[in-house]
Design a protein around this ligand. Structure first.
Ligand SMILES: Nc1nc2c(c(=O)[nH]1)N[C@H]1C(S)=C(S)[C@@H](COP(=O)(O)O)O[C@H]1N2
Ligand SMILES: [Mo]
Length: 326
């Protein structure tokens, strides 16, 4: 059985969570600014607001540096890079809680001896560990726009390798048409609040058509900001699909399966009307409960304030991906 209606983090009553109250205040304040082209300079948005918690946050980000090259095609976008403290403390990771401030509980994620099973309709099924992946696939940095379906956006410097390199290594058979990606799940460990437990279709799964996975842009990230991926960002391996809404990018991937048919996925199973399987960023297609025409580009001003930007079709990546959808 699944709940008739699942409260998303941004719908939790303002009284329930302090950080959410701040978020709501900012939202209504922001409404008055939309259209004026003004930058809202208000309270810090980050879930880390005392010096002590800033030190604790820094510890979660201060991970080993990676060796990588810069992919010259993706060195910058039309807006500045998001601050790493903001990106590392304003996350969606429902396994660890129903709000943005999950960076501390996410530290319980057990990433040692991580295995990623690649299976299904492939010639060479294989289970990789993270060192295997780092050795086999040259790491590169790509700066990508990032757009959440909740209408906020960032710019993030991912480090990893193109998904098509993995396709090349395992050689899907002619029957393979879709791919399912499964995130780590263990209710004893992830321990999110009860609101995200129970009837939800855990584990978190996402899916792509194989042609989407083979697109130049589709990326597996093992790092961010020059270092290993922090747990709150989905260590040690997560998906990055910059032309789709953020929820398509599953975190902490443990299994990749090549399939004949479109797999059931987490958000689509929960609410197909609100979260379609394709989920390409599209300003002309409103979410049933809000417009997608504009977005809050967060952290662009002083004190992590945000500014309103027009949403770009395919999040600005149409030249790479539009041909997949004609
Ligand atoms: N396993 C898992 N992956 C997930 C999510 C999640 O809750 N669980 N949230 C998604 C959503 S809605 C977004 S916006 C991004 C957030 O990534 P970030 O916290 O690294 O910015 O992760 C996506 N991947
Ligand atoms: Mo999202």
């Amino acid at each position: 059985m699944r709940p008739t209606r699942f409260r998303k983090s941004w719908e939790i009553p303002a009284s329930a969570v302090t950080s959410e109250r701040a978020y709501y205040n900012r939202r209504s304040f922001l409404k008055s600014l939309v259209g004026l082209g003004m930058v809202a300079s208000i309270m810090p948005i980050t879930g880390c607001n005392s010096p002590d918690s800033k030190i604790a946050l820094e510890k979660t980000l201060d991970l080993p540096k990676l060796k990588f090259t810069t992919n010259q095609a993706f060195t910058k976008v039309d807006r500045p890079l998001t601050d790493r403290y903001l990106a590392g403390s304003y996350n969606n990771f429902y396994e660890f809680g129903g709000n943005k401030n999950i960076w501390q509980p996410a530290q319980n994620l057990p990433t040692d001896n991580w295995k990623v099973e690649v299976t299904g309709l492939v010639k060479y099924p294989r289970t990789y560990d993270i060192d295997d992946l780092k050795k086999q696939f040259p790491l590169e940095e790509r700066i990508y726009r990032f757009r959440c379906v909740e209408a906020w956006s960032m710019v993030l410097p991912w480090i990893g390798f193109p998904m098509k390199a993995l396709i090349g290594a395992v050689e899907p058979t002619a029957k393979a048409k879709f791919v399912r990606f499964t995130s780590f799940y263990n209710q004893q460990i992830t321990k999110g609040p009860s609101v995200v437990f129970g009837a939800l279709p855990w584990p978190y799964t996402e899916g792509l058509r194989i042609e989407e996975m083979a697109n130049e842009l589709a990326f597996f990230a093992l790092g961010i900001y020059g270092r290993d991926l922090p747990k709150q960002h989905g260590a040690p391996l997560r998906m990055v699909l910059p032309w789709k809404y953020g929820f398509k990018g599953g975190k902490s991937i443990v299994k990749i399966e090549f399939l004949e048919r479109q797999p059931a996925t987490f958000w689509h199973t929960l609410n197909a009307r609100e979260y379609d399987f394709e989920a390409n960023v599209n300003p002309a297609k409103p979410h049933p409960r809000w417009s997608q025409a504009e977005e809050k580009f967060i952290g662009s001003g002083p004190d992590f304030s945000w500014e309103i930007r027009e949403t770009l079709p395919y999040n600005g990546y149409g030249e790479y991906v539009a041909s997949l959808y004609i």
